[in-house]
Design a protein around this ligand. Structure first.
Ligand code: RP5
Length: 162
């Protein structure tokens, strides 16, 4: 079974990043969770990123807020795909996190999703879609989710007319 790494810069990011693991749980995708700070535990971050491929991760999802260097630094240290989740910071509402994560120099991409919980969920779905390129079971699970999502929208409209 493919494995996703869900990492975050601080325990304070967990309420947001839990949205990612909820999506991975729903799609039956295995993952590991780690707190790895670019600023407070830089050596742990480099070691984690260096070992990520040999630890059989396929995708890394990295959430960070403020001066959010974690996704970019991890991307610089591995050739696995990295999805960055900008945490909604208190001071600047996550715009700082978004700009820190999205503005990578050419050659070292981070797939950056939306600020906060929508982004955290989409990081899970995007990781699943990457895995679904070669894994039919995961691709089918995403297809079922999309069908259910569409059905929920159709039903919500029907309720408006009740
Ligand atoms: C970043 O600093 C973390 O990703 C977190 O979003 C932010 C604040 O961390 P704490 O001070 O709450 O631990 O590294």
């Amino acid at each position: 079974m493919p494995k996703v790494a869900v990492i975050m810069g601080s325990k304070s990011d967990w309420p947001t990043m839990q949205e990612t693991t909820n999506v991975l749980d729903a799609l039956n995708i295995e993952y590991e969770i780690h707190i790895v700070s670019a600023h407070r535990t830089p050596e742990k971050m480099i070691e984690f990123a260096k070992q990520a491929r040999s630890n059989e991760f396929e995708v890394i999802i990295a959430g960070a807020g403020g001066a959010a260097h974690l996704p970019g630094m991890v991307a610089a240290t591995t050739t696995l795909p990295v999805i960055g989740v900008p945490i909604q910071s208190k001071a600047l509402n996550g715009l700082d996190s978004l700009l820190s994560i999205v503005q990578m120099p050419s050659g070292v991409p981070v797939a950056t999703v939306a600020i906060g919980t929508a982004g955290a969920k989409n990081a899970g779905y995007l990781a699943a879609q990457m895995i679904g390129i070669t894994n039919a079971t995961v691709a089918e699970a995403i297809g079922s989710f999309r069908d259910e999502q569409a059905q929920a929208v159709i039903e919500s409209e029907a309720h408006l007319h009740e």
